[in-house]
Design a binder for this molecule. Structure first.
Ligand code: NAX
Ligand code: ADP
Ligand code: K
Length: 503
């Protein structure tokens, strides 16, 4: 699914209006209809609803919604906010359509008025500002926003929380609605998938209002939201397939005290399609690895506790390195040699990334198409400190394009950034994954997919999706507290199956 910037959405609206053709007020009616359906699915008819409508088309959606709700026997209270001189034509037309609706309680609210008392059992729906926000919300509109934010009521925002810009909020010091639900149209906004906006956006959905598919296709973007409909196809094995068809992965992972990272990454790798897996381990962990991952072969280092011996890379088709390797000096040198001698795309995580951040020349030596999987702190170590995820994504895009690397910026809505700068935000996963070990599992999954023949970008996008899907499936049995990285591995089979069933 594409994520567009506001001016692009306005263009797509305009083209739909001209070419479908559909009157703009009817497009607004479709939007209001979707909002109404969302409310109907979530709240029963005895839920009273207080609606705030601003001056633009966001307000128009709100007014139209009040009418549809009333038609469907909801009890709607509508507050028309007096902001600026005029209301948009479609907003005015919808206010006019309320004539004769004696059962909608409609009130005007302006600067000098006292704020209304809103009983705690009401749902508040706010359509104060939408994507037409031109500057941070200040003055009286900001007071209305702050007033709503002080109330205990659940709040649903139309299209976007009022006061929030659709993309870049770095300079936004105005008031912003803290919504519980945000119901947007056709596409999510970039702001929804950025961690700094979590407090405002709440649970969001993007519902279709029938914008023209051809126009959507023809409009290019750098941002995508990956749902199960947008995934690369899973490969099927042929009848006479043998293990040699699915690559031989080398995994460099683990050190004294961090063998678990190697076990997790290795298990995830062999559960993600790799034909053969060899794990390069320090001597002490020989029996641990042999018993925990009997399917894998072991390359045993001459050193007791860490990785520091050069690998003979001939047999390996892909190389993954980093989980739990530590950062000792001799280890750094071994990693340097590994990177210098590897031609195929690598998967690099955790300590491998920390070592690269201290030895920046390694960056230029990485094979093109390699996949880096930093969490935000690791990424900031590699680059610079970022206050906003918006900015971090931009830096990651520059890095991916310049170095021809794939950057997997982990977190909720992990961003997978392609060598051309395209950003694919992931839609699966949950906060129960915020625990040590989850990242090691992801490294293994991506390595396994890469080994079995997927292009690096497909391996990364699919890997991130399946990792989150497996955790979502595991959470059906576990709780946010109890879910552990091993549960993610144990649900990989079901996760792959659930994707294959839809393809
Ligand atoms: N495809 C879509 O996404 C559709 C969008 N529609 C709705 O249309 C909205 C966009 O409508 P508009 O372009 O009219 O914009 P808005 O409704 O967001 O508001 C624009 C109005 O607010 C004023 N304003 C902006 N920032 C302000 C500030 N900080 N302080 C005071 N006043 C401010 C502007 O001067 C203008 O009068 C969307 O958010 C959505 O709700 C739907 O009606 C139909 C289809
Ligand atoms: N709140 C969250 N929602 C969705 N996914 C999450 C969340 N927190 C963490 N994750 C996922 O869990 C993994 C954690 O990786 P990482 O931070 O490297 O942890 P570790 O190295 O301890 O395993 C990442 O894939 C990340 O996307
Ligand atoms: K809004």
């Amino acid at each position: 699914m594409k994520i567009f910037k506001s001016p692009q959405i306005r263009e797509i609206d305009k083209t739909t209006i001209e070419q479908e053709p559909v009157l703009s007020i009817n497009l607004m009616e479709r939007a209001a209809w979707q909002l109404h359906k969302f409310i109907e699915e979530k709240f029963s008819k005895d839920k009273p609803i207080t609606i705030f409508a601003g001056p633009g088309n966001n307000g128009g959606d709100a007014v139209a919604l009040a009418r549809l709700l009333t038609d469907n026997n909801y009890n709607a209270n509508l507050w028309l906010l007096k902001i600026g001189k005029d209301r948009s034509a479609d907003c005015q037309a919808n206010i006019k359509r309320l004539e004769g609706y004696s059962n909608i309680q409609t009130h005007e609210l302006s600067d000098n008025d006292k704020f209304p008392e809103i009983p705690a059992n009401h749902l508040i729906v706010e359509g104060i500002f939408g994507s037409g926000l031109t500057r941070p919300a200040e003055g009286w509109p900001a007071e209305v926003i702050e007033f709503i934010n002080t109330l205990p009521n659940p709040v649903m925002s139309i299209d976007i929380p009022s006061g929030l810009f659709s993309e870049d909020n770095r300079q936004n010091n105005g008031a912003i609605i803290k919504a519980d639900y945000t119901v947007s149209f056709e596409f999510p906004k970039l702001a929804f998938v950025l961690s700094e906006n979590e407090l405002y956006v709440g649970e969001w959905q993007a519902l279709s209002i029938g914008l023209l598919p051809k126009t959507i296709n023809d409009t290019s973007t750098k941002y995508y939201y990956t749902t199960e409909n947008d995934l690369p196809l899973l490969k099927n094995r042929t009848k006479f397939a043998h293990k040699g068809h699915f690559g031989h992965a080398l995994l460099v992972a683990g050190s004294f005290g961090k063998t678990g990272a190697a076990v997790l990454a290795a298990k995830a790798c062999i559960r993600s399609g790799s034909g053969l897996l060899s794990i390069h381990i320090p001597q002490f962990s020989y029996s641990i690895m042999q018993s925990c991952v009997p399917e894998a072969m072991l390359v045993i280092d001459e050193t007791e506790q860490i990785y520091c011996q050069k690998d003979h890379l001939e047999p390996f088709t892909v190389v993954g390195a980093g989980p739990g390797i530590g950062q000792k000096k001799s280890m750094r040198e071994a990693l340097h040699t590994l990177i210098t001698n590897t031609d195929a795309p690598m998967v690099l995580d955790a300590d491998a990334l920390n070592i690269i951040s201290q030895n920046h020349e390694l960056m230029d030596l990485l094979p093109k198409g390699s996949i880096l999987t930093p969490h935000p702190k690791e990424f900031d170590r590699l680059t610079k400190k970022h206050e906003f995820h918006y900015e971090r994504i931009e830096t990651a895009r520059e890095m991916a394009e310049k170095q021809k690397l794939i950057v997997v910026l982990k977190g909720a809505n992990t961003a997978v950034i392609d060598v051309n700068g395209d950003v694919h935000f992931n839609s699966t996963g949950n906060p129960a994954m915020a625990k040590g070990g989850s990242g090691d599992v992801l490294t293994g999954i991506i390595l396994g997919l890469l080994s079995s023949g997927y292009d690096p970008i497909d391996a990364a996008r699919l890997g991130v999706f399946v990792h989150g899907r497996a955790a979502d499936l595991a959470l059906q049995k576990e709780s946010e507290e109890s879910l552990i990285a091993t549960d993610i591995i144990n649900h990989l089979g079901l996760a792959y199956k659930s994707i294959r069933e839809l393809q």
